[in-house]
Structure formats: structure tokens, C-alpha cells
Write a protein that binds this ligand. Sequence first.
Ligand SMILES: *[C@@H]1O[C@H](CO)[C@@H](O)[C@H](O)[C@H]1NC(C)=O
Ligand SMILES: *[C@@H]1O[C@H](CO)[C@@H](O)[C@H](O)[C@H]1NC(C)=O
Ligand SMILES: *[C@@H]1O[C@H](CO)[C@@H](O)[C@H](O)[C@H]1NC(C)=O
Ligand SMILES: *[C@@H]1O[C@H](CO)[C@@H](O)[C@H](O)[C@H]1NC(C)=O
Ligand SMILES: *[C@@H]1O[C@H](CO)[C@@H](O)[C@H](O)[C@H]1NC(C)=O
Ligand SMILES: *[C@@H]1O[C@H](CO)[C@@H](O)[C@H](O)[C@H]1NC(C)=O
Length: 668
Amino acid sequence: MLFNLVILVSLFLVGIAPVSCEVDHAFIYNGFQSQNLSLDGIAEFTPDGLLLLTDSETQDQGHAFYPNPIHFKNSTNGTVVSFSTTFVFAIRSDYGILSGHGLVFVIAPQRRIQGALAYHYLGLFNSTNNGDRSNRVVGVELDTIYSEEFGDINANHVGIDINGLRSVAVETAGYFDNTGLFHNLTLISGQPMQVWVDYDGSTKQINVTVAPLHVEKPVSPLLSLKTDLSPILDQTMYVGFSSSTGSVPTYHYILGWSFKTNGKAQELSQLPNLPRLGRKGTSRFVKIGLPLLSLVLLVVATSMVVYYVRRKKYEELLEDWEREYRPQRFMYKDLYTATKGFREKELLGAGGFGKVYKGVMPITNLEIAVKKISHESRQGMKEFVSEIVIIGRLQHRNVVPLLGYCRRKGELLLVYEYMSGGSLDKYLYNKPRFTLDWSQRFRVIRGVASGLFFLHEECDHVVVHRDIKASNVLLDGELNGRLGDFGLARLYSHGTDPQSTRVVGTLGYLAPEHTRTGRSTPSSDVFSFGAFLLEVACGRRPIEPRQDDDDLILVDWVFSCWNRGNILEAVDLNVGIDFVPGEVEMVLKLGLLCSHSKPSYRPTMRQVLLFLDGVVALPELSSLGISAAGLTFDHHGGFDDFVTSYSSSINAHSRSPSVTDSFLSGGR
Ligand SMILES: *[C@@H]1O[C@H](CO)[C@@H](O)[C@H](O)[C@H]1NC(C)=O
Ligand SMILES: *[C@@H]1O[C@H](CO)[C@@H](O)[C@H](O)[C@H]1NC(C)=O
Ligand SMILES: *[C@@H]1O[C@H](CO)[C@@H](O)[C@H](O)[C@H]1NC(C)=O
Ligand SMILES: *[C@@H]1O[C@H](CO)[C@@H](O)[C@H](O)[C@H]1NC(C)=O
Ligand SMILES: *[C@@H]1O[C@H](CO)[C@@H](O)[C@H](O)[C@H]1NC(C)=O
Ligand SMILES: *[C@@H]1O[C@H](CO)[C@@H](O)[C@H](O)[C@H]1NC(C)=O
């Protein structure tokens, strides 16, 4: 370890001149192992024997003063005597080129500097006393921050300060070599540098010189100021250092210091070593790097968790075969945003297949209805999606536009255009808030018939709807009936129709042959359409449960009315009085006809349209031999003889079974 010593050379002329006590002061600190300085603030000695004015952890100030007063003036004539000092310093920051604020060699009236501020005040003054003549302070600043307030020239300068921080002489840090060439020095380089401050009492000149350690003292000083310090300094003064840090905590080190009045300060030697930059790097890593690294890791981990949660949240299922359906694919994220995260408030309805949410697409602002269908099995999914795509391509004014789909694990989402009118059943029963008059109902019937005819006969493939009923007919803003929900799910509130079955359709609308074979055909759609006609005209469900277990079978009831010769008795009173009786009668009779238990007796949708439009008159029911038995729903079960008529109906159609068929049977 270094041999540090303080040499205090004192010449006491005791006894010779008791009145005038002339003292030439000289001291030298080759390192600060002796710890014989007056410290305050955050200044401290390091175990290595360095004077650390400020460390890299605190934003504060630190001072270190030689403990004894120095006689600066010749007591005989009161002028400041010559003095000389030299010290070695180093400024190190953990943030590379950022540091602050610097250090000052100070000649001050007290050992303690009180009321001073850190930051750019360098621990020397405060905003009120800066520049005040009564301060009686002379300093040499090594300033590493540009402070406009004090007229700094840059963030790397050396200046002579008298009573304030606005330097009376200032230069960019550097030195002139023997050839007179100027070399810049970077004060915050972390490298040790030496400073010499020399005052000539007779010429009243103060010189400041800086050079890298181990470079001989340059002949030409960096600063040379002619100023008489006599009016500024007191008889006795204290010498020391002041330093402060700001937002970039910085290490301000003093490695050694010597001072002498009336002579040249002794050369420094055997100075302690600064912490090696590598070793400091380690401690810096532990002190700052480690917390910083853990912070970074935490941020990375958090963002990864967020990323995975988001990915999980928006995760979709996309298989190779779906690539061609890209235009029909919706991003789950968009649907999630559109429905505000499938909020309960956006729920339009819930049924056996899943829930339907209202949404507004981002950017386009298109109003949509998103049906969420839980679907665990992948079986049949390919056929199903191709069906969706086909349906999606169908464009008919009486078919709810299916915009596309999205697939997730165990979940399928269908995106429809939003129909502002909601489902038709809301206008028919369950104490409707609004009812439709006859002309509105007839328009809906006509529309649904037209939509169904389109599905059955005008598309490339026969599309069997499978689930025609009032709740699957949606009304657009102009109360046009539009067929929605192609046998997939229901669009209305949970519980309003508990009879709905998951796969085959809805009891009460199911053709007997359909229930028995499980296969749907255009003819079974016509059967459902018949139930729908009666439903709309009578404002009742096909099967109305009753307390006494004797459920009202709508078709039976309408038939009995007809049988009694007054079919109009069945009409919903809510249709008003303003209607064409013949039209109502025709719709009711058509409803009965379509409800024939024998498929071959049912009209096709083409024929239905001709009847509805009055192009062809509806044949008399009695001539068709319709009987109560023939109209009965299959709610009793067992009508074996219909199997044959079912297949003949298919043949009569001379069309291949629909894709929907194949899907739904496969998808089960
Ligand atoms: C420390 O300073 C005091 C004067 O304040 C002096 O008497 C003492 O000798 C010094 N000690 C060392 C080790 O230099
Ligand atoms: C102080 O000043 C007087 C008168 O000018 C001079 O004689 C004396 O030598 C000076 N003392 C020192 C220590 O310079
Ligand atoms: C400024 O410093 C002076 C001298 O130490 C002190 O008296 C004064 O209270 C300080 N002012 C403020 C605002 O701190
Ligand atoms: C020294 O520094 C000053 C100010 O930063 C700059 O203008 C000058 O070009 C530098 N000189 C050299 C030799 O680097
Ligand atoms: C200050 O520097 C000048 C040269 O610039 C020199 O002549 C003078 O002697 C120096 N004074 C001291 C006290 O070093
Ligand atoms: C005081 O004495 C010093 C010598 O110690 C001399 O250089 C200086 O000029 C004198 N000052 C006055 C005002 O006489």
C-alpha cells in the first residue's frame, strides 16, 4: 500500500516576533490515508486512500478542507502573498459521457460552506449569495456541465471564480505542449489529471495549468489572470475542495494535493491508484447494471407474458385448407375489438349453439352480429367452412349476409351483417312491444319465401336451411324479412325457445320424415315454412305448452278452424282490421298445405311463390284430401310409411342432397 504522509512544515517564529506571526504554510497529501481533512457533505475517504468528494449514488455536495487556517496576507502591508498549489483529480461517471457537475479548488473564509446548493452551484454558493462580494471566496472550477445561467462556454471548461460562479477567466480544458500546441482534455474522461494554481503576490497574477497525470507541468498556463486577491481574501483563509453532483451522479476523486505559501508547492508522488476501470465495471455492474439488468429482464418477462396472454387471447386456428377462404376469414382480434371483448352488454341472444354478440368493426364501422359457436370436434369442419363460404357468396335481399368466419380452438365464429330489426318472433308473441300489421307480415312472408326459393333452386348448390322459424327470420331496417342462421344457431334470447334442438332443427317445425331419418331436404324446409306461415298469421308458436299437459298444436287448431268453416278465426288479432281476407285465408291454407305430413303433397317453394303472388290459385284443401291425421306433427312419433315418400320426394327434385346435409350429418 502507499505510503501516505502529510508534511506540515511550520515555521514558528515564536519568541522572535510575538506580534507579527508570519507563517509559511506548506502541506502535502500523497493520497489521503491519514484522513486528516475536514470533510462534510458526502465527501469521504476510500479505503484505497482516495478522497472521494462525491460518489455515484447520491445527488449532493461534498467538501474537504485542510483543517488549519492559512495566512494568506503579509501582516505588515496586508497584501496577499504568493501561493502555489497542485492536485490530481479524476472524474468518473457510470454513464459514459454524462456526468456532473464538477469540482472546485476553493479558498474560503470558513472550513464549512453553509447554505450552498449542489448541482450547478458546485456546493459553493446558492441562488441568493452567488456573486456576492461578501462571500470572500476564490475558486478554480473544473466544470463538466454547461450552465447558461453562469455564462459557461461549454461542458468541459476550467475557470477562475471570484465570489461567484460566473468565471472571471475561463478556457476549455486542455494544455499547451512545449511546442505551443494545444491539446484538449476531457475532464470526465475518468483519467487522472493534474492542476496547478499559482499566484504571484508581487505581479498579482494567478495562473491555472492542467495536464494529464505524468505529463510535466506545461510552461504556458491554460489561464492567466491579472487580479489582486488582496481585497478579496482575509488574513487567514481555508483551502479545500468543493464538488457537487446533479442528475447524473458522478465520482469526483482527489488523489493527492500539496500547497505552499510563498513558494512552489511540493511535487506529488506515489499517489494511490484509482479503481481500475475493469474492477469498477464489476462493481458498477453490481450496483447499477444488476438492478438495471433485472429491470430489463422484468420488462422483457412482462412483455413476454403480455405477448403470450395476448397471443393466447387472440389465438386463432388456421389450417392449410383454409387458405383459399382468406377473404372470408376474420381476425379474432378484430372481432374481439368489435364486440368490446364479447361483453355481456353486447349480447344479442343466446341459444343452443352459442351466443350472438353485436359489434362494430374497427375502421369500417360496419355493424356486425358475431355468433360464437362452441365446437370441439374438428370432424366435418372443412365441409362446414366450405359451406359457410358458399353461403357467404350468396347474395339475396332476403338472406342475411354472412360476411365470414373465424376459427379458434373449440370455437367457431360466424360474422353476419347486423340486422337492426332483430328477429321476427319478437313481433309475434311473448307480449310483443311492437306488432306487425297484416301487410307487414305478408311482406315478410313473401320475402322469406323468396329467400328460401333462392336457396333451394337458384344457387349452384341446393342449400337446405333446416331451421326455418320466426326466430330465424331477421328484419332489416325496412322490416324486410331475411333468412338467417342456416340451421346453425338461434338468434334470440336464451330460454324463449327451450324446445330448440342442437342439430336437427326445432320441434314443431320438423317434418315427420326428417325426425325419423335425421335428413333434411328442401321438402322438409317447406314443412317448416308451413309452420312458419301459421306462426306469422296466428301469432302463436307451432306448439304452445299448456298447464294441463294438453299442448296446443297450432296446425291442428288451424285445421279445426278450417274444418268448422271459419279459418279466419285463427288469425292473430294484432294484425288489425285492415287486411284482405282472401290473402289471410290463402296464407293459412298454404300453411296447412305445406304442413302435410306426406312430402309429396307439399308444394315446392317455386309453387309457394306462385300461390303467394296470386299467379296460381291455391287448390281447395278438401280436393287434396287433407285430413287431420295428414297434418299432424310428428310429436307422437312413428310414421313408417313416410320413408318411401321421403325418398321419392328427393328423386322428384332430381338434385343432389345439399352440402349442409352432408356437413351436419358429418359434423355430429
Ligand atoms: C492532523 O491535523 C492536525 C491539525 O489539525 C495536526 O495536529 C495533526 O498532526 C495532523 N495529523 C496528521 C496525521 O497529519
Ligand atoms: C511583508 O511585507 C513587508 C513590507 O513590505 C516585508 O518587509 C516583508 O518581508 C514581508 N513578509 C513576507 C513574509 O513576505
Ligand atoms: C445562501 O447562503 C448563505 C450563506 O451561507 C446563507 O446565509 C443563506 O441562507 C443561503 N440562502 C439560501 C436561500 O439558502
Ligand atoms: C478542443 O475542444 C474544442 C471545444 O470542444 C473544439 O472546438 C476544438 O476543436 C478541440 N480541439 C481539438 C484539437 O480537438
Ligand atoms: C504565469 O504565467 C506567465 C506566462 O503566461 C508567467 O510569465 C508567469 O511567471 C506565471 N506566473 C506564475 C505565478 O506562475
Ligand atoms: C507588500 O510586500 C510584498 C513583499 O512581501 C511586496 O511584494 C508588495 O508589493 C507589498 N505591498 C505593498 C502594498 O506595499
